[in-house]
Design a protein around this ligand. Structure first.
Ligand code: ZN
Length: 122
């Protein structure tokens, strides 16, 4: 399989585990390897078009483990606090979507009185 195909497959697999990758970088064998890391938790993934007999073409902790490391949680809490400072009627469409998502994930709730975004910072 070509390097680009492997990168695409790797992106799909780690997205399934909640990771979001940054830029691909060439590995030590740059023609056949590339590395990437999750922007949130730092777990890495490597692809290799010619893995050793015991090796695998897509490997690394980002493939095996879910996202949700400390940084990811802290980032969401930070976003919740920022959104909590905005008045409900001045939320943009995108902010409202994020607000709703953060409510689903239990990082935020609507104020009972005004329906304003309230961060649930634990
Ligand atoms: Zn991650």
């Amino acid at each position: 399989m070509g390097l680009q195909e492997l990168k695409n497959q790797a992106e799909e697999r780690v997205a399934y585990r909640g990771h979001e990758l940054g830029q691909w970088r060439p590995g030590s064998f740059w023609q056949r390897q590339a590395n990437n890391e999750c922007r949130h938790c730092g777990k890495w993934v490597q692809v290799d078009t010619e893995p050793s007999p015991n090796g695998i073409d897509i490997g690394g902790p980002a493939v095996a483990l879910n996202c949700g490391g400390g940084n990811f949680h802290e980032n969401l809490k930070y976003i919740a606090r920022q959104l909590g400072d905005i008045h409900c009627d001045s939320l943009s469409h995108a902010e409202r979507k994020i607000f709703e998502k953060l409510c689903e994930m239990d990082y935020m709730e609507k104020s009972i009185i005004h329906g304003e975004p309230v961060a649930k910072v634990a």
